[in-house]
Design a protein around this ligand. Structure first.
Ligand code: HEM
Length: 456
């Protein structure tokens, strides 16, 4: 998240940004509005010239990051899969210059991602996992009216183009209180990016080198990642890991009821699973009772590390946010945590979370989250997170325990809550969020979008 002053444009760094913001897509730096409304559209290209014409028409409507703080007007983001680049007629040597995981696509990387069992691509929703998805369009806006307006803009660009087909469209939007599909406030912590002109908020840590998130700049190691060729195609672009989750709200509520006798006990348990109360207040700053004012305050709600909680008595080692960003936690496997950060754009869909939904039918209600994980090495980072920090516990000394929110669980899975005098181990953790689809996208710069549109 960004500072409020920065959001109003008041507090921009006076130093000239080192990033070519006018060429980078807005979504890389611009946070979701609160509340937010939007849609994802997945497209298939039947005919290369229609695909290129669509991009030529669309490019002027894709915002750049130069005005990243002006989230009041709706904006579009565009991603293209490797199959999509092929369908647009990108030359073979250029196609080969993309990383292997991107070339293969997310479904083909199921083994590296641990997407098996319930999360296996063979169980994914229609359109996913078959190489059919070529272009993904995402729109964000601050009102229902603006969502309709930007949808109209996107539709206009498709008019008369018989060679581009809509495979799927999904609206998403803020739930009451800006909560996600399991009833938590989310989208709080984001990495700060060096040279972006975005002021870090307290607790965001030192700004991370731009090359971790955008192609063409040095990363944390001092090196610039190989950029897809030609340079105009790769530079200022990035990758997006797109994952659609279905939240099994009934299973989640049944688990809380089975392990918490009172509302207070259940809410504490829900907080222990994530590391934050549903209000967003972090357990390290509000260990005993929720503090909604803290959760709502962007200057305080992320201003913590784990130095005062070395035994996990406040935020358990295995909770979602401590796994996903261990901050200063001592890990059993030595890792530089700054190499595994991603920019997250979570988008919640379906009816709001209902704490009283307990039935198995409630698990089937289409409700959950589409995540956009943005990074210059999104494929490697997501595959690392899935293997090491989500579906394993050894890096934290937790054996086979997995992430309680997004882990793929075996029957009888448990979650350990360190406490005095003896730890508590809760059983009955299930796969509360099931993967229903996903794809790797390349998010080109604005000049690359124009280049693609002009290909012959
Ligand atoms: C539907 C599934 C998910 C739910 C319900 C969920 C929920 C949450 C919540 C409530 C937070 C705390 C608030 C915040 O910092 O934004 C959070 C943080 C986070 N989540 Fe998730 N999440 C989900 C999926 C994922 C996935 C798939 C990943 C990565 C592969 C992920 C990575 C993160 C990260 C990196 C943080 C920030 C941790 C920090 O910096 O302290 N989440 N998530």
């Amino acid at each position: 998240m960004t500072s409020i002053k920065a959001l109003t444009g008041e507090n921009l760094s006076t130093k000239a940004p080192v990033l070519e913001l006018h060429d980078i897509q807005a979504t890389v730096l611009r946070p979701r509005p609160a509340p937010y409304f939007g849609f994802h559209v997945l497209l298939h290209i039947d005919d290369a010239e229609s695909g290129r014409k669509f991009l030529r028409r669309l490019a002027p409507h894709v915002d750049s990051a130069a005005g990243w703080w002006s989230a009041a007007t709706p904006w579009l983001a565009v991603g293209i899969t490797h199959a999509g680049l092929h369908a647009l007629g990108v030359p073979q040597d250029s196609l080969q210059s993309f990383p292997e995981a991107f070339r293969e696509g997310m479904a083909a990387r199921a083994r590296q991602l641990g997407d098996e069992g319930a999360n296996d691509p063979k169980n994914w929703d229609q359109s996913y996992g078959k190489g059919e998805i070529h272009i993904g369009i995402t729109a964000f806006s601050d009102s229902e009216e603006n969502r309709r307006r930007i949808l109209g803009v996107a539709r206009e660009q498709l008019e008369g183009l018989t060679g581009v087909r809509v495979l799927a469209k999904q609206d998403f939007g803020a739930q009451p209180g800006d909560l996600n599909s399991l009833g938590y406030k989310d989208g709080i912590d984001q990495p700060a990016i060096e040279g972006s002109g975005v002021e870090p908020l307290p607790g965001q840590g030192h700004p991370i080198k731009a090359g971790e998130f955008i192609l063409g700049y040095p990363g944390e190691s001092g090196f610039t990642l190989p950029t897809p060729q030609p340079d105009v195609l790769g530079r200022n672009g990035t990758y997006v890991g797109f994952r659609k989750y279905q939240s099994r709200v009934g299973a989640f509520n049944r688990f809380l009821r089975a392990n918490g006798a009172t509302e207070e006990e259940r809410e504490l348990l829900a907080a222990k699973l994530v590391g934050r109360w549903r209000s967003g207040a972090p357990l390290t700053l509000a260990p005993e009772v929720d503090n909604p004012a803290l959760g709502a305050d962007p200057h305080r709600n992320n201003d913590f590390n784990y130095s005062n909680d070395p035994r996990g008595r406040q935020a358990p080692f295995g909770c979602h946010i401590r796994r996903m960003n261990p901050r200063d936690t001592t890990l059993t496997r030595l890792t530089d945590v700054n190499l595994h950060r991603v920019i997250r754009r979570g988008t919640t869909y379906g009816p709001p979370y209902d704490p009283n939904a307990l039935s198995e039918e409630a698990d089937e209600v289409p409700r959950g989250a589409y995540f956009l994980f943005i990074s210059a090495k999104a494929m490697a980072t997501i595959e690392f997170l899935q293997q090491e920090w989500i579906n394993d516990g050894n890096f934290m000394g937790l054996g086979e325990e997995r992430d309680p929110i997004i882990g793929l669980q075996e029957k009888g899975a448990s979650f350990t809550i360190p406490r005095e005098p003896v730890r508590r181990r809760v059983h009955g953790i299930e796969t509360f969020n099931v993967l229903r689809g996903g794809e790797y996208f390349f998010m080109p710069s604005l000049s690359a979008l124009r280049w693609l549109g002009e290909l012959r």
